[in-house]
Design a protein around this ligand. Structure first.
Ligand code: ZN
Ligand code: ZN
Length: 160
């Protein structure tokens, strides 16, 4: 007859196997979800290229240049434009530092920081959001793999 500790050991093994399989399934599921959005996403590089097309950037000049920047300061960082600063002018004519507005546009809605008019087509915004979600999922998958390794480490120690 099997002793109580042997039975408990078997139950422990079964439970460990069960949870390992469950975690693996979860990892596969998340991986699948990430893949499903792959063809419907664009990278930040592609996103910024579209921004460049929709709202070209240029150098700021107080004397005025072909782009004709009307504002004296950037409404994102609240610093005055300096001669030669790289700036981006949106369709609504609002002007910001290129770095400031590019960071801003990568947030949720991609609208002008001042008047909230959309800068990019909705599908571009959605595709870039998918890309960011995917990055988030990839991070999560790594965490699950670490959890799995930890579980198996525990599992193996029992028999060593
Ligand atoms: Zn700025
Ligand atoms: Zn605006």
């Amino acid at each position: 007859m099997a002793s109580l500790s042997q039975i408990l050991g078997q139950i422990y093994t079964m439970a460990m196997l069960f949870f390992s399989v469950l975690l693996l399934e979860l990892a596969i599921l998340i991986h699948g979800a990430a893949h499903a959005t792959a063809h419907r996403s664009i990278t930040t590089d592609q996103f910024l290229k579209i921004v460049d097309k929709k709202a070209p950037s240029g150098r700021y000049s107080a004397a005025g240049n072909s782009l004709g920047f009307p504002a004296a300061e950037c409404s994102v960082c609240l610093s005055p434009f300096e001669e030669g600063d790289e700036v981006r002018k949106l369709k609504c004519k609002h002007t910001f530092h290129k770095g400031c507005v590019d960071t801003w546009l990568q947030q949720d809605a991609a609208t002008c920081p001042l008047c909230r008019r959309p800068v990019l087509p909705v599908d571009v915004v959605v595709k870039h959001r998918n890309h960011r979600l995917r990055e988030h999922y990839d991070g999560g998958e790594e965490e699950i793999m670490i959890m799995l390794y930890a579980l198996h480490g525990n599992f193996l120690r029992r028999f060593s």
